[in-house]
Design a protein around this ligand. Structure first.
Ligand code: PLP
Length: 420
């Protein structure tokens, strides 16, 4: 009899072998696990407490299936484009549950969102307040407004920061009174709160709590100055998820404890609290599967060329990072590697490389690899038009069954919409 401990544990996703999913649906393939999505929502809700409403940031993964599972799990949604509005409505969200952020909303986008009845507009500039007031009057659709505030302190501990002095996002805290007055002066606008979002891939729970505290303090000061209530406070999010070897875990429990302390000071019956999360809800629910199509040796380096690459998973190839580290890339057969192998895709750029000298070799044609924590900022964050490969299929596993939730693209689609 073989010793079970000696048999390598092959990857299963939602109870189905990764190898079977790859055989059934082909590679490259994104696989999303509905149970993990639900568990993430439950875990975050338990940590942050029942007073907080969770918003799913659709930009992290504009998948209809993922957005629908997350809606059933209890999230409302935050959007940043008309495409995301279409997606949110198709996923069954009532328009009133949606909040529209983004520094460059066009008049056409604002008009469409007003007509759809979007629940709240997170305005980011004086220009936008003027435009929204005009468009809300023109469409006879009054708009509820929250000011996105750019706090003077940058969010510490975030890999990508979006606030602080000279930022492109939000209204400077110093201008908040004037912006609030501009909203109040517009009969078609109703001021209902504040929003802050300081950065993504945040690994410092304390920084999130301090930012929440600063927003609450600003809200208190503004209410006193304006003599009006600002009941809705969106505290942002950006909680980090390990994407590369050596990344830490975000301390959700610490964020929850810190937030409870903030709520003790600032909660009251009319208050509605929001936290908006993309990556933290979806990244751990996704796995990218890619297969070795060619192997080669050059100057002593063993290379495995896979059928996926930077064009489908740019973040895993290190796009947007300063110091390149390997993504969470493994063999799906669970076998330990005995040799170093450099793994890259088919694109004509040295940037199309997932890892150098990773000890998972030797690899052979047909070997299946996985990149974990790939459920956010995967395909939609990648330059998938570059080199005109077909886009990968996406599968949802749920209750022991798998189903296609995005058809594999067709290489001939390169011609769609083109004229000679
Ligand atoms: C305003 C805003 N909200 C939410 C998010 C989602 O961030 P994350 O996926 O890190 O949670 C982003 C990401 O850029 C954002 O800009």
């Amino acid at each position: 009899m073989t010793d079970p401990a000696a048999v390598p544990a092959a990857t299963t996703l939602g109870g189905i072998a990764a190898a079977e999913l790859a055989a059934r649906y082909g590679t490259p393939l994104y696989v999303f696990d509905a149970a993990v999505l639900r568990a993430r929502v439950a875990m975050v809700q338990a940590a942050l407490g029942p007073r907080v409403r969770l918003l799913w940031s659709i930009k992290a993964n504009p998948s209809l299936a993922v957005t629908t599972v997350l809606r059933h799990a209890g999230t409302a949604a935050e959007l940043a484009s008309l495409g995301e509005l279409h997606l949110a409505l198709a996923a069954g969200h009532p328009a009133t549950a949606l909040r529209f952020a983004g520094p460059g909303k066009t008049d056409a986008e604002l008009t469409a969102a007003l007509r759809a009845g979007v629940g709240c507009f997170h305005v980011e500039s004086f220009d936008e307040i003027t435009a929204l007031a005009r468009l809300a009057t023109a469409t006879a659709a009054p708009a509820r407004v929250a000011l996105r505030i750019n706090l003077p302190q940058q969010l510490g501990g975030a890999r990508m920061r979006m606030g602080g002095h000279g930022a492109r996002f939000g209204i400077d805290a110093a201008d908040a009174v004037a912006a609030a007055r501009a909203v109040q002066a517009a009969p078609s606008l109703q001021l209902c709160g504040l929003h802050v979002y300081g950065g993504t891939q945040l690994f410092d729970a304390g920084a999130f709590v301090r930012q929440a505290e600063q927003l609450c303090e600003l809200a208190t000061a503004l209410e006193a100055e304006l003599g009006a209530a600002l009941p809705e406070l969106d505290l942002g999010g950006g909680f980090g998820v390990p994407a590369y070897e050596g990344d830490p875990e975000f301390d959700l429990a610490a964020a929850g404890r810190g937030l409870q302390a903030v709520l003790q000071r600032f909660d009251r019956p009319d208050r509605i609290w929001f936290v908006e999360l993309g990556r933290f809800l979806a990244a751990p629910a996704g796995t990218y599967l890619t297969r070795v199509v060619r192997t080669r040796h050059s100057g002593g380096t063993a290379h495995a060329i896979v059928d996926g690459g930077l064009h489908q998973h740019a973040a895993a190839a290190g796009v947007g990072t300063v110091v390149r580290r390997p993504p969470l890339l493994e063999r799906t057969d669970g076998r330990p590697g005995t040799a170093a192998c450099t793994i890259g895709g088919p694109l004509c750029t040295p940037a199309d490389q997932f890892a150098a000298d990773l000890p998972i070799g030797p690899l052979a044609i047909g070997d299946l690899l996985q990149i974990r924590n790939s459920g956010a900022y995967g395909l939609s964050y990648s330059p998938h038009g570059f080199l005109s490969h077909a886009t990968p299929a996406e599968v949802m596993v749920d209750g022991g069954a798998a189903r296609i939730v995005r058809e594999r693209g067709d290489a001939a689609a390169v011609l769609v919409g083109q004229r000679p």
